[in-house]
Design a protein around this ligand. Structure first.
Ligand code: BES
Ligand code: MN
Ligand code: ZN
Length: 495
């Protein structure tokens, strides 16, 4: 899909479909007014007939226009112009993308960037348009013998005459984010027998090969053994697939600038191990690597945008399977940090691989470390499928992430990481237990990680409820790539 800038006057454009905004009470956006007068008042006529009210996410495709250069128009409702929020703007964009997706239109001109939103700018609008259309047009075709028909739409031009530079910047950012999201969705949607730790490692190498200042390094089990990653390796012992520790390093700033480090859980299949999961819905545990997919997507986007930052992505990747050599409940392992861990439930494996990756992160002298993981089912109980969970040991970092999530429309919500919860991880036999009982499962999981992140500013994103959708629309969402890239853009703006 091509996203282009169209900065000539509407009068001199021609297109298969012009996309314009309408509001409640028969109010027209500037482009809609322009179209109305160029086509003898057809738009006002249609609005007066009541065929479209202008409510948020209403759409109406006008298939014939008395204007030779515009074959069709898509009217998109944005509600009350003075009540428009970032969220409703995005909702309306999604509806526009959906309407075009089901048409035979191959090329369109979009006049939706001109809408004013309090506190936001044309760059943000353009970015959202690209992200919204690209998300709507995502198709997973890699495993179908006969791929579904491709969508007709292949080119979208964003029309704006006021600030071309701002729009072009937004298009570039939107493309980088959308491609990062699409990459994350693709590797996440791939099944566990294809997307193995080795496959993820190959993906990292491939992404790195595309940019001179992006490099990848893959550590094998023998090297992890030497580093003392007894916790991580205990999980992979139960699987025939060799574990990989993948590091992507992006160098966009001077060597002495401390990097932002992302750590992503890369469990390519989580059967639970000896604490086997129930069979119903177990297929969805192929998504237990969505954290790692987001790290790949965010690093690719950062490199595409050549952000003036140093960024490291660390992916511990393994399967969690039941096997004669797998962890058993009660086993005690020694982490790279030296802390011993009593494994009371082998299904709490994410923290076991993350803790060693978080210790490994120290080697990069990080400015901040942000991990993302499909860590706890309890996160769905606490927050549902709307925001990702946020926990951390640093106010500034947590606030920065929260602000980025609001801008990116990739929501997160903070849970407390108070000391009172740490008691739930007491073990009679080791330094720490890997589970904290039924209560506050998302918090105690983060408490476990917090024992390994004391030396740096750290935040944890529990994406168990947000990384994929279940049911008819089953599929990865690519979250939290938009949040991560927004955080990076914000950091780049102040670097
Ligand atoms: N990958 C799962 C968490 C998960 C479950 C994410 C369902 C999304 C949907 C994780 O490894 C896990 O199994 N966690 C256990 C922890 C428990 C044993 C303390 C859980 O949430 O049940
Ligand atoms: Mn598990
Ligand atoms: Zn898991």
């Amino acid at each position: 899909m091509d996203y282009l800038l169209a900065n000539t006057p509407l009068e001199s454009l021609s297109t298969e479909c012009l996309i314009v905004a309408v509001f409640n009470d028969i109010k027209l956006s500037p482009a809609a007014q322009n179209l109305d007068s160029l086509s003898n008042g057809v738009i006002t006529d249609i609005l007066q007939r009541g065929d479209i009210k202008g409510k948020v996410a209403d759409t109406l495709l006008i298939n014939y226009l008395p204007h030779a250069a515009f074959k069709r128009a898509l009217l998109v409702g944005f509600g009350d112009a003075d009540k428009l929020s970032a969220k409703t703007y995005r909702e309306a964009l999604n509806a526009a993308a959906k309407a075009l997706k089901s048409s035979h239109i191959s090329e369109a001109v979009c006049c939706l960037a001109e809408i004013n939103l309090a506190g936001l700018n044309a760059t943000w609008n353009a970015r959202q348009i690209v992200e919204s259309f690209d998300a709507a047009l995502y198709q997973f075709n890699h495993c179908k013998s006969k791929p579904a028909d491709k969508f007709s739409l292949t080119s979208l031009s964003l029309h704006d005459q006021s600030d071309s530079d701002a729009i072009q910047t937004g298009i570039n950012q939107g493309i980088a984010i959308a491609q990062g999201v699409a990459l994350a969705k693709r590797v996440s949607d791939l099944p566990g027998n294809i997307c193995t730790p080795t496959y993820l490692a190959d993906q990292a190498l491939e992404i790195a090969a595309q940019h001179a200042n992006l490099s990848a390094e893959i550590l094998e089990e023998a090297e992890m053994q030497k580093l003392g990653m007894g916790s991580f390796l205990s999980v992979s012992r139960g699987s025939r697939q060799p574990a990989k520790l993948i590091t992507l390093e992006y160098k966009g700033a001077d060597a002495d600038i401390q990097p932002i480090v992302f750590v992503g859980k890369g469990l390519t299949f989580d059967a639970g191990g000896i604490s086997l999961k129930p069979s119903a819905g177990m297929d969805e545990m192929k998504y237990d690597m969505c954290g790692s997919a987001a790290v790949l997507g965010a690093l690719q986007a950062a490199a595409q945008l050549q952000l003036p930052l140093n960024i490291v992505g660390i992916i511990p990747s393994s399967e969690n399977m039941p096997d004669g050599d797998a962890n058993k409940p009660g086993d005690i392992v020694t982490s790279m940090a030296g802390l011993t861990i009593e494994i009371l439930n082998t299904d709490a494996e994410g923290r076991l691989i993350l803790c060693d990756a978080l210790t490994y992160a120290k080697k990069f002298n990080p400015d901040v470390v942000i991990d993302m993981a499909t860590l706890t089912g309890a996160c769905l109980v606490a927050l549902g499928r709307v925001p990702s969970g946020l926990l951390g040991n640093d106010e500034t970092l947590c606030n920065d992430l929260f602000n980025a999530s609001e801008t990116a429309l990739d929501s997160i919500w903070r849970l407390p990481l108070w000391d009172e919860y740490q008691d739930q991880l007491k073990s009679n036999f080791a330094d720490i237990a890997n589970i904290g009982g039924r209560d506050a499962g998302t918090i105690t999981a983060a408490c476990f990680l917090s024992r390994f992140t004391k030396d740096y500013q750290w935040a944890h994103l529990d994406i168990a409820g947000t990384a994929w959708k279940s049911g008819d629309a089953k599929g990865a969402t690519g979250r939290p790539v938009p949040l991560l890239v927004q955080y990076l853009l914000n950091r780049a703006a102040t670097a």
